[in-house]
Design a protein around this ligand. Structure first.
Ligand code: HEC
Ligand code: HEC
Length: 494
């Protein structure tokens, strides 16, 4: 396209040059050969010369005039359609230019102007911000590290209009208001430029799936390490407790926030202190890494088996479900069973899997539900704090009220059963999210589209000038249908 545009440009310039030079030549000769105009008198005045006679005018002169008009007409006839033919290319070229310019400016705002990068990480990979938690009366509670979601998957969750809303008004006081609408420093066009940049950093479906999966595995690992009765798990817990005990002593003794000097770094860059207990834990972790991985695989396979048994049970109740075209019905019949207390053996395990997805820690918790629906989860409120950094060494919460509501509503006590009469409509909502101004469920009123959609997302009215205005953008799903189902079952039992 660019090549085409440049040859067209060259041809245009050459034509322009020919016309210009031709014009000059014409004017030159015209002036030189010009004769004074004759008057209207029949008899020439004595001081006038006679003009050319008809013979002269109607042969050479006329031929010349007609001939040159024909040449000009031919040029026009050829160049006008050519120009018209090039129009879409020119349009596209301009769109590509605008796209590039907006994206570059957006990147500049992301990195320098607004420094989104300091909280959301480089290329939007997720990060955190240090912020003060206060009581309702404004009293200081603790200085915490608050997860800032990844933006390189943002457009799978939200449409660009919804993103603009968040950018305008910020979120929960920890994400500043950027747009003029919310009293922030950026103009509407600058917000659009940031969105163009965000468009350019979205990762693909495989990368998202790998991210979600790594979070799930971390969750299962943590659960097994905390709860499994296997010898390796008991050994790991003992080693971990021993390390915590000594690390704590070192912390108190040195008053050093992170405990101890690192004499070396483990492969995963954790600190190995000059501390026998820490070394023993690392050794135990290395020794049991295979056992842990195998246990995670087995646990996930058990979850699959529970789901399969629900599919089987649904089919036993209605043999038509495996007819062609009934995949949806089969899925939702199974989901109904998986959501109904006691309907399938192993349901507890399945709900645990739902909870692990609900609290997925990958990419700064981006793919979790807890970051919006569980108070304190975004700043690890049940974790230990260090007195020096945080002003308290007490956890802020003893335990989370999972799904108890924060930025998003309370999902507990059967409230989702009331809102969504079937698991089907519930799953559909999680997949699509809430759309600006649209109602959902039984009484969900039209908000600002702040509940993300976790299924595939199509944005049919992207912001900004250029291609965006008449094109659709499609983004891959964050969660698979099977993952959404597990979360739905978990929520319907909260
Ligand atoms: C001071 C730190 C900070 C800065 C700077 C910042 N953000 Fe945020 N942002 C956050 C935090 C924290 C959240 C999550 C808030 C919450 O958990 O309620 C967030 C949330 C968001 C969200 C919602 C995403 C989602 O999936 O829920 C978007 C979009 C966003 N930020 C974009 C931006 C952009 C673009 C910029 C730069 C113009 C920016 N942020 C600058 C801290 C920051
Ligand atoms: C970025 C914040 C955010 C995240 C992340 C989020 N939600 Fe929400 N959710 C909301 C908001 C806000 C609403 C309310 C929407 C409204 O009223 O317009 C909501 C509403 C809901 C509702 C409807 C509740 C009711 O009774 O009306 C359900 C169910 C729900 N979310 C489930 C989930 C699940 C499951 C996940 C994770 C897969 C999730 N949410 C992740 C913000 C979020």
């Amino acid at each position: 396209m660019l090549l085409a545009a440049s040859t067209q440009r060259t041809i245009g310039l050459v034509i322009l040059a020919i016309v210009f030079i031709g014009g000059l030549v014409y004017i030159y000769f015209n002036i030189r050969s010009a004769r004074d105009e004759i008057g209207s008198e029949i008899e020439l005045a004595a001081n006038r010369r006679p003009y050319m006679d008809d013979n002269e005018l109607e042969t050479k002169r006329l031929d010349l005039a007609l001939g040159s008009s024909l040449v000009l007409l031919t040029i026009t006839a050829i160049t006008l359609p050519l120009y018209w033919l090039g129009e879409p290319g020119r349009h596209e070229g301009r769109d590509i230019d605008t796209d590039r310019i907006f994206t570059n400016r957006g990147e500049d705002i992301y990195v320098n102007g607004a420094q989104c990068v300091s909280c959301h990480g480089s290329e939007g990979s997720g990060g955190s911000v240090s912020t003060a938690i206060t009581t309702e009366d404004g009293e200081f509670v603790a200085q915490v590290s608050w997860k800032a979601p990844a933006l390189n998957t943002l457009l799978s969750r939200f449409t660009e209009d919804e993103v603009i809303h968040t950018l305008n008004f910020g979120r929960n006081g920890v994400m500043p208001a950027w747009g003029a609408g919310g009293g922030g420093p950026l103009t509407d066009q600058q917000l659009e430029e940031v969105v163009y940049y965000i468009r350019s950093i979205q990762i693909d479906g495989d990368a998202i799936a790998a991210e979600v999966d790594s979070g799930v595995r971390a969750g299962v690992e943590a659960k097994l390490r905390a709860e499994s009765d296997a010898d390796w798990a008991v050994e790991l817990r003992d080693a971990s407790d021993a390390k915590d005990a000594t690390a704590w002593e070192v912390t108190l003794a040195s008053r050093d926030v992170f405990g101890f000097d690192c004499v070396e770094r483990a492969a995963d860059s954790r600190c190995i202190a000059d501390n026998d207990a820490a070394k023993a834990l690392l050794e135990a972790e290395t020794a049991h890494a295979d056992a842990l991985e195998a246990a995670v695989e087995a646990w996930l396979a058990d979850v699959d088996a529970v789901r399969d048994s629900a599919y089987d049970a649904a089919l036993a109740a209605d043999a038509s479900l495996d007819n062609e075209g009934n995949e949806e019905e089969w899925r939702f019949a199974a989901l109904d069973l998986l959501s109904t207390p006691g309907a399938v053996e192993g349901q507890d395990l399945y709900l645990d899997y739902g909870e692990i997805l609900f609290t997925n820690t990958a990419a700064a918790g981006t793919h979790s539900c807890a970051r919006c629906h569980t108070y304190g989860w975004s700043f690890d409120a049940t974790g230990p704090y260090s007195l020096e950094l945080h002003g308290t060494d007490e956890p802020i919460l003893d335990a989370y009220t999972q799904g108890g509501g924060y930025f998003g509503p309370n999902l507990r006590g059967g409230s989702t059963l009331e809102q969504f009469e079937s698991a089907t409509s519930h799953a559909d909502f999680i997949s699509k999210g809430q759309t600006i101004g649209a109602t959902y469920g039984r009484g969900g009123s039209g908000g600002n589209g702040q509940m993300p959609g976790f299924g595939p997302n199509t944005d049919s009215s992207p912001v900004g000038p250029t291609i965006g205005n008449d094109d659709e953008f499609s983004y891959p799903a964050t969660l698979t249908e099977a993952q959404i189902d597990a979360i739905v079952a978990f929520e319907r039992n909260l």
